[in-house]
Design a protein around this ligand. Structure first.
Ligand code: BES
Ligand code: ZN
Ligand code: ZN
Length: 496
């Protein structure tokens, strides 16, 4: 990370701070404390001459007069503050983050002196700042000290508000969730030569330090469990597969767990059904589902969630080689159902089906939610702004959609039906792994549905949102970490 932000919460401003940020709400109404600090004439004249009207995220940038005791004074517009929802506070935080990291100053105070800003809004603002400040520059060896965008720097940010103590408590809870999202981003951004299945599994093991119980299944153990579908994908790679199982038992002793399962294809060449070269490098992100699940576990464990949670990652590499599986091969999944592999590039569902069976049989969870960069087709349907949601359970679907709305990580439900299910019938086996050109995301989901039995289940196809999304105030990174905040919210609102 190029710039690290450290947050303090205080009831008073420390006059030493070099960058001072104040707010203007509605029709250019300065906050309560700001009116005492910013000379009225200066604000009025600067607004008039620059056309600043306090519109949302607009900025008035002033050299602070002596009296203000700051080197630079920024007044940020809040617009119609009464209409601001949670994602808007995050976006505001993101904007502040970019102003702070883009300036040359190492200390900042932000006056949160508007009545609509309480402890939870302050924590959201801090979250937005931290999401904005994330950079993945591990492999840049030439960090230019004069380039303020890229120079390493530690910046202290003081959020000044009446409910400082309460805000700090809120932030302490939120911080782990944001760290979880940033961990997911890093895992997606890391190249596949660095992050193979074994290395990825050791990232899961790292969570033991937060009190997570971790078990890593090797090829031999998966073979004993007869995970023929997952192992069929893995057999073309010299790097062996792993199944990472993480447990957080923060709930009541006898409560059934809830379960999250992630597709962790560390690189997807397509296998023998090889992908075209153009853009293939993006397939280092084909473990975005597993990254989100590990990030979620980090979030839940660090805020000591009162829930019993099982997280499982199916970790493989999809490569073509002399031992790779072929189109036409028939594999037997752990469930006993046989699958004709028509296209070796439809590998995610082969990995997930065994992971789903494993979780369902072993833990009998209350529900299972899987996340996967599963189909290119979901990009055609929904682009980069919604993940595809598929489910056999209306209540679970509604809960997920509401959590998406609240966090800004949005989902859109797509249908499942017998008609679509028919499209994956096979001439030679119980099913085939692709359903033809049309409704590609739906047939992929129908495939997964065959492995969940009666358990409430949802599948999030995150191929369009986990990576290469348009940059926003809260995400300047290629890997977005999509799903961590959404699912943390789901657990928080409904399962603890
Ligand atoms: N990993 C891809 C899906 C993907 C595409 C993820 C673009 C992120 C961005 C998946 O394994 C895949 O290759 N799916 C095929 C399925 C097809 C062979 C039925 C696809 O979408 O083309
Ligand atoms: Zn593929
Ligand atoms: Zn894939």
């Amino acid at each position: 990370m190029a710039k690290t932000l450290t947050f303090n919460f205080s009831q008073k401003r420390d006059d030493e701070h070099e960058l001072l940020i104040c707010f203007a709400a509605g029709e250019n109404q300065l906050g309560e404390d700001a009116t005492k600090i910013v000379p009225e004439g200066l604000f009025e004249k600067s607004s008039r001459t620059t056309g600043f009207k306090g519109k949302s995220l607009s900025v008035l940038d002033l050299i602070a007069p002596e009296k203000v005791k700051a080197d630079r004074l920024l007044i940020v517009g809040l617009g119609e503050i009464s209409e601001m929802e949670e994602p808007d506070w995050l976006t505001l935080g993101g904007k502040l983050g970019s102003l702070i990291t883009g300036s040359n100053l190492e200390k900042t105070s932000i006056l949160l002196d508007v009545k609509e800003i309480g402890a939870s809004q302050a924590a959201l603002i801090a979250s937005g700042m931290k999401l904005n400040a994330y950079r993945f520059d591990t492999y840049k060896t030439k960090k230019d000290e004069d380039d303020k965008e890229n120079a390493d720097k530690a910046i202290t940010v003081t959020l000044v508000l009446k409910q400082a103590d309460e805000a700090e408590k809120c932030w302490k809870k939120e911080e782990g969730v944001i760290e979880g999202a940033l961990l997911a981003r890093t895992l997606v951004n890391e190249p596949a030569n660095i992050l193979g299945p074994v290395e990825f599994a050791s990232k899961a093991s790292d969570l033991a330090k937060l009190g997570v119980e971790v078990e890593i299944l090797t090829e031999k153990e998966m073979s004993d469990l007869r995970m023929g579908a997952l192992l069929g994908v893995a057999q073309g790679s010299v790097r062996p597969p792993r199944l990472a199982v993480m447990k957080w038992m923060g709930g009541k002793k006898d409560d059934k767990p809830i379960a999250f399962i992630g597709k962790g294809v560390v690189f997807d060449t397509g296998g023998i059904s090889l992908k075209p070269a153009g853009g293939m490098e993006d397939m280092k992100g084909d473990m975005g589902g597993a990254a989100a699940v590990i990030g979620l576990m980090h979030a839940l464990a660090s805020r000591k969630a009162k829930a019993n949670v099982i997280c499982v990652l199916g970790l493989v590499e999809n490569m073509p080689d002399g031992n790779a599986q072929r189109p036409g091969d028939i594999v037997t999944s752990m469930s006993g159902q046989t699958i004709e592999v028509i296209n070796t590039d439809a590998e995610g569902r082969l990995v997930l089906c065994d992971a789903l069976t494993y979780v369902n049989d072993k833990y009998e969870p209350r529900f299972m939610i899987n996340l996967a960069t599963l189909t290119g087709a979901v990009l055609i349907a929904l682009g980069h702004h919604h993940a595809g949601l598929f489910s056999n359970d209306d209540d679970l679907s509604l809960q997920i959609a509401a959590s998406g709305q609240a966090t800004g990580e949005q989902v859109w439900r797509l249908p499942l039906s017998k008609d679509y299910d028919k499209l994956i019938e096979s001439k030679f086996a119980d099913m085939k792994n692709v359903g033809g050109r049309s409704a590609g995301s739906i047939t992929a989901a129908q495939f997964l549905k065959r492995f969940v039995g009666e358990t409430p289940w949802a599948h999030l196809d995150i191929a369009g949102v986990a990576m290469a999304s348009p940059q926003t105030q809260t995400n300047q990174s290629w890997g977005s970490g999509f799903g961590v905040r959404l699912l943390d919210r789901l657990v928080r609102d409904h399962y603890e």
